[in-house]
Design a binder for this molecule. Structure first.
Ligand code: ATP
Ligand code: MG
Length: 556
């Protein structure tokens, strides 16, 4: 028996479910489903739906089905089915043995349609698509169909022959007989079956008629005995039809539909049609390009699944659509990585430093903590020798006020190593700085500093002898426009792709040990950002993606 004093109460969906539990509408069952159409990869919007569908089931110790909503024969692909499963598992959810295809119910749906005809609640309509549109009516005029009152026998015969493939696409439809004058146009005798001579990726050529979404979806839910069918707001006006179908078909469960707001994020697009165009037209390198809002892209980018779950929890579940700043998602990624990611050093734009006081042909191994937040992660050894590279921007010949890093004659600490002083700036014939000559204080070694010196700045470095070249892929927003869906006439969303969404510094260097990092494990490169090794890495060409920079512009 459920404890009614201890029910979740985070949002309106909880309120509805709690009422149903108290009234015993579904006994003590809570059963949801996530119903993706396998025509693309899952994106961050789907993550919200997954969080709501699977998360709600979890909250109530209920069940959540995974169902491929494949009633539409076009554009579906096994690649997508596999990717969808992988992404949901990665996010941390599991459907157990409850994996379904809507197309498995085609025969049962057909039977429901026949039973509606027999009850006088559906009829075959032979209006052409154009006539259909002309006769839809408007708010002050009802729709019209001359076929509405044809005999049941005639509709049964025509529907059977539709199934047999006797008619062309568009020749006729099966319509539910509801209310031609309804102010809700979804109820004006909606089409529930149409003819479509197209091969289906699972049922092949068995069918040439396919159920419409509004008819199929409630049946799928009811067949699976889903109690609460959680979907996005655009289906709100379809709910009366959902209920009508459940009411009038012989189904084992009276599932109910509850709508919540769709998630939008700035500077990206979320429609699968648009995402597919980005892939097919080569604007990105695939569905898992780290700039894509897909879960596969975010995983490759190095976003932890927990960050995405936290993001979904943070944006909440409400009834009005909203667009969330991309920076809010990045904030969640940073929060998650701040403690979990080990530290390392890399240099994006190297400036050579020769430590003239340090013996030639000599190297030291210096201990460096892997993660100051998690001492149990231990230390690694960094090699240090006479030549190191620092970040070019960490040196200023004519320092601006407040600059705390290296300047001519000034001192700075090399992280985990020594305090160095800049003695000489070496330039080429054009006046460009090519290297710095510095000297170190041998008594200033980190952890055993007896120099008594106080320096203001600490900077990162890599050892010239051992550092490895690295391809650092620095990602930025994919679109320059906050809402790329909103374009003027003659413009396309692709016109707003950010030309600098990927930049790669030419001479970046990485501390040696990171060459052996595992793909997908994020690191914090000190003072630079979070990075993760990419699957494109090869012997001799190590690739790291920037997950996110260190600083945020987003304020809570
Ligand atoms: P598209 O129209 O781009 O193809 P879709 O919404 O039709 O996307 P589906 O595969 O049908 O994609 O979606 C599966 C589930 O995910 C649906 O329940 C849908 O409501 C939900 N969903 C899709 N996009 C979002 C979003 N941006 N925010 C919240 N839920 C979403
Ligand atoms: Mg859909």
């Amino acid at each position: 028996m459920r404890d009614f004093n201890d029910l979740p109460a985070n949002h309106f969906i909880n309120t509805i479910i709690n009422e149903d539990l108290k009234s015993g509408r579904y006994g003590d069952r809570v059963h949801t489903r996530f119903p993706p159409e396998p025509n693309g990869y899952l994106h961050i919007g789907h993550a919200k739906a997954i969080f709501v569908d699977f998360g709600t089931a979890q909250e109530y110790s209920g069940l959540c089905n995974l169902r491929m909503d494949d009633t539409n024969p076009a554009k579906e692909d096994v690649e997508y089915v596999d990717a969808i499963k992988e992404d949901i598992h990665w996010l941390g959810y599991d459907w157990g043995d409850r994996f379904y295809y809507a197309s498995d119910y085609f025969e049962r749906m057909y039977d429901c349609a026949v039973s509606l005809i027999k009850k006088g609640l559906a009829y075959v309509c032979q209006l052409s698509p154009d006539q259909f549109r002309e006769m839809r009516g408007d708010l002050s005029h009802p729709a019209v169909s001359p076929y509405r009152d044809r005999p049941i026998e005639e509709s049964l015969d025509l529907f059977a022959r539709m199934r047999q493939g006797e008619f062309e696409n568009g020749a006729m439809t099966l319509r539910a007989k509801i209310d031609l004058a309804s102010p809700n146009f979804n109820m004006r005798d909606p089409v529930i079956y149409r003819i479509n001579h197209q091969t289906h990726h699972r049922t092949g050529d068995t069918w040439c008629i396919y159920p419409m979404y509004d008819f199929a979806h409630p049946l799928e839910d009811a067949f699976e005995e889903v109690t609460h069918s959680l979907c996005t707001l655009e289906f709100e006006d379809h709910r009366p039809l959902y209920e009508w179908v459940i009411e009038n078909c012989d189904v084992p469960c009276r599932s109910r539909q509850i709508e919540f707001a769709r998630l939008g994020i700035t500077n990206t697009v979320m429609s699968k049609r648009k995402l597919r165009r980005l892939v097919e037209e080569g604007f990105v390198c695939g569905w898992d390009d780290p700039r894509m809002p897909t879960l596969a892209g975010m995983r490759r980018r190095g976003y932890p699944a927990a960050a995405i779950r936290n993001f979904c929890a943070g944006i909440g579940v409400a009834k009005s659509n909203s667009t969330v700043e991309f920076a809010q998602l990045e904030h969640c990624v940073r929060e998650e990585l701040n403690t979990s990611a080990d530290r390392a050093m890399a240099i994006l734009d190297p400036l050579k430093v020769v430590i003239t006081s340090f013996p030639e042909d000599h190297s030291e191994l210096l201990p460096a903590e892997n993660n100051p937040e998690l001492p149990e992660r231990g230390t690694r050894e960094l090699s240090f020798s006479r030549e190191v590279y620092i970040e070019r921007e960490d040196f200023m010949e004519e320092p601006v006020k407040g600059f705390r890093r290296l300047i001519p004659g000034g001192e700075v600490r090399l992280k985990y190593a020594y305090i160095i002083r800049c003695d000489e700036v070496i330039k080429d014939e054009n006046g460009n700085i090519v290297e710095l000559h510095c000297s170190h204080d041998p008594n200033s070694r980190s952890g055993e500093d007896t120099s008594g010196k106080k320096v203001k700045g600490t900077i990162q470095w890599v050892d010239a002898k051992t550092a490895v070249p690295v391809e650092l892929r620095l990602y930025d927003l994919l679109f320059t426009k906050a809402n790329p869906d909103d374009v003027e006439e003659g413009q396309e969303f692709t016109d707003f792709i950010n030309p600098d969404s990927l930049t790669i510094p030419e001479n970046a260097l990485l501390e040696a040990g990171l060459a052996k990092a595992e793909v997908g494990v994020p690191y914090q490169f000190l003072r630079t950002g979070y990075f993760v090794k990419d699957k494109d890495s090869r012997e001799g060409n190590i690739v790291f993606n920037r997950v996110v920079s260190l600083k945020s512009s987003w304020k809570k």
